[in-house]
Design a protein around this ligand. Structure first.
Ligand code: HEM
Length: 139
């Protein structure tokens, strides 16, 4: 019985390693997942000025993840022809920097207690996310 099971266990072990390697997040995916968590949490409270401190905390997290991701390379960079790589990366960094400016505008609006401006900047971040993903993210 044990003799029959041993190869099965070996196969299962190799498979599970293979699957976990396949599912592993890139450093940028990790930052983006953290950004996603903060952005989703912020959605619930961004129009409530009474939750200013909480909102500023989520915005700080978005800022932190954006800063970190800005220094990384998107997976799609590998698909670009060699001659186009540098320009592609510059464009990515510029988009991330633009996103960062709007995160700061969002922070300023929340600090000023301007709920309408905060909501507008919050929605703008969603537009930039869609644009950024269309341009730089696979699938
Ligand atoms: C509210 C803003 C944003 C949110 C909530 C967000 C969320 C996410 C999520 C959930 C993923 C998938 C992570 C995973 O697979 O584990 C992702 C990936 C990605 N996002 Fe964003 N994102 C935002 C803004 C942006 C912007 C502005 C850009 C570019 C200008 C961008 C570029 C990318 C890229 C390139 C990936 C793929 C990661 C890789 O290549 O390794 N994202 N994002």
């Amino acid at each position: 019985m044990l003799k029959k099971l041993t190869p099965l266990v070996a196969v299962a072990t190799v498979l599970s390693f293979g699957i976990s390697a396949f599912a592993e997040d890139t450093p940028m995916e990790k930052e983006m997942s953290a950004m996603n968590k903060a952005y989703k949490a912020l959605k619930k409270s961004i129009e409530d000025p009474a939750q200013k401190a909480e909102n500023l905390k989520f915005i700080a997290e978005i800022k932190k993840t954006n800063d970190a991701a800005s220094k990384m390379e998107p997976k799609t960079l590998a698909d670009q022809p060699a001659a186009a790589k540098a320009a592609y990366l510059e464009k990515f960094k510029a988009s991330m920097a633009d996103f960062g400016k709007h995160v700061e505008a969002l922070e300023a609006a929340v600090n000023a207690g301007n709920t309408a401006a905060a909501k507008a900047e919050f929605d703008k971040l969603n537009d930039l996310k869609k644009k950024g993903h269309e341009e730089f993210k696979k699938d």
